[in-house]
Design a protein around this ligand. Structure first.
Ligand SMILES: Cc1cc2nc3c(=O)[nH]c(=O)nc-3n(C[C@H](O)[C@H](O)[C@H](O)COP(=O)(O)OP(=O)(O)OC[C@H]3O[C@@H](n4cnc5c(N)ncnc54)[C@H](O)[C@@H]3O)c2cc1C
Length: 432
């Protein structure tokens, strides 16, 4: 069994980008994931020159460790958002996700990025009375938003999805799946083809200003810049001394051996179990099943979380009726969670921009944030600037924390985490 992302393991002909740091740049983008690459791509489109710094390899952060599902609807918890912010707000969030998905699809087509893009349907289902109720609420909400959705229950659903232990579910179209690592590599190639510089294995370490000049410190020395973009879902809070209320959550994903007989499950089609937390699965082109679960979430950066194999088995057996297949790939990845489940994207200090906190929907939202930041930095309007502005703190810390943790523990965990980041930042600043 490989303890690495299926996408990264199976990739051939991975391009090698530069490892030489230039002395200066108009704009420096930190992070070679979907958000940083999108920011760089859109800045280049707006005529700016760009250097991207990536501490490891392009696409090998959260992006290449994700499950590659592009979905703005299911699981976004519109019902919860509706209760807190009203219908007008929910509609705008929904529109933003649709806009982001279309923008990404158009870019993939325009740049001829070969990332196995496939439009699919999704089934959000319930295995318990409580989860059916939750799926039903989601269904009513989506109907209110005029999204074409179908409610399935009784024999209709048990026959069609005999491989699942489900009671009822809602089927919706308009989703897509990709190979997220190839998506990142394709975007990186486009950045370079459009005149950008991409430097791998160089870590950003901080910045300071000398007069009007911004000095960016890295593991390979310094470079000067006019603008700095900090783009990492997982690290955004840490980079700004915990000022942005964002915590890091780690999840485990498994990929089975190729499974031949799963009647009724169309290749690519997404499955989304609404409860407990959520579980998700998709079929891969080589007949494997990829699945993950919110139950494996831990409030931590990747390196501190062990992979729980028995939990993954339990998740599979509680979801599927088919025998547990061999697991060929198992890995962890981390993403940022914000207190109201909306991302941050905006200017945090003059000339310094930040994006992160996509709450598990970073492929669309990270890409959208890139366009948004590039427009902000070049003085152009963007329709969703207000939605993801900094700060927005009206909520509770993401569904991962607030649903299953008593509020006092949640508050302490969040506070302790932010304090830890703050202390770490102070220590780093004291270092000569
Ligand atoms: C298990 C899992 C499953 C997921 N499934 C989905 C899904 O199906 N659909 C979806 O939309 N989203 C999904 N997500 C979320 C999504 O992957 C992320 O939100 C998104 O990839 C974040 O993109 P990013 O560019 O901000 O971060 P990243 O892809 O992590 O990119 C940030 C980059 O910054 C680099 N970096 C960090 N610090 C430094 C530094 N100091 N100097 C230089 N470089 C640095 C990192 O090496 C990294 O490559 C999933 C996430 C996980 C972990």
């Amino acid at each position: 069994m490989q303890e690495e992302s299926y996408w990264i393991e199976k990739a051939n002909h991975v391009p090698v980008f530069s490892s030489v740091l230039p002395a200066s740049a108009d704009t420096v983008v930190v992070g070679g994931g979907i958000a940083g690459l999108s920011t760089a791509y859109h800045l280049l489109q707006a005529g700016r020159s760009v250097v991207v710094l990536e501490r490891a390899g392009v696409g090998q952060g959260a992006t290449g460790h994700s499950t590659g599902m592009l979905t703005g609807e299911v699981g976004s918890d519109y019902v919860e958002l509706y209760r807190r912010r009203g219908l007008g707000f929910v509609r705008r969030v929904f529109d933003a996700l649709t806009y982001g998905g279309d923008l990404l699809r158009d870019t993939v087509l325009k740049e001829k990025i070969d990332c196995d893009w496939q439009s699919v349907r999704a089934l959000a289902f319930g295995t318990t009375i409580e989860s059916v109720r939750s799926a039903r609420d989601e269904f009513e909400m989506l109907r209110t938003l005029h999204v074409p959705v179908e409610w399935l229950n009784g024999e209709k659903v048990t026959d069609r999805f005999a491989f699942l232990r489900l009671r009822a579910g809602l089927l919706s179209a308009g989703h897509a799946v990709v190979d997220p690592y190839q998506l990142a590599l394709g975007l990186a190639r486009s950045v370079v083809a459009n005149g950008g510089t991409l430097v791998e294995e160089v870590a950003y370490e901080g910045y300071h200003c000398e007069g009007d000049v911004m000095v960016v410190r890295t593991s390979q020395g310094t470079l000067t810049a006019r603008c700095l973009f900090l783009c990492s879902d997982n690290d955004a809070g840490a980079w700004l001394s915990g000022r942005v209320p964002l915590v890091s959550v780690t999840e485990t994903v498994a990929v089975t051996e190729p499974v031949d007989i799963v009647p009724g499950w169309t290749q690519g089609e997404l499955l989304w179990n609404e409860f407990p937390l959520f579980e998700y699965a998709r079929r891969l082109p080589d007949r494997r099943i990829m699945f993950g679960s919110g139950r494996s979430s831990k409030l931590s950066h990747t390196s501190h979380v062990p992979m729980d194999r028995s939990l993954m088995r339990r998740v599979f057996e509680e979801t599927f009726t088919i025998p547990y297949p061999r697991i060929d790939y198992l890995w962890r990845g981390s993403f940022g969670v914000t207190d109201d489940e909306l991302p941050y994207a905006g200017e945090v200090e003059p000339g310094v921009y930040l994006a992160g906190g996509y709450n598990g929907h970073g492929l669309i939202l990270g890409f959208l944030s890139g366009e948004l930041l590039a427009r902000m930095a070049t003085g152009q309007p963007h329709p969703y600037v207000d939605l993801f502005g900094i700060p927005h703190t009206d909520g509770r810390f993401g569904k991962w924390l607030y649903r299953y943790t008593p509020s006092c523990v949640r508050h302490m965990a969040t506070q302790a985490y932010l304090d830890h980041l703050h202390a770490r930042d102070i220590r780093a600043r004291r270092r000569p």
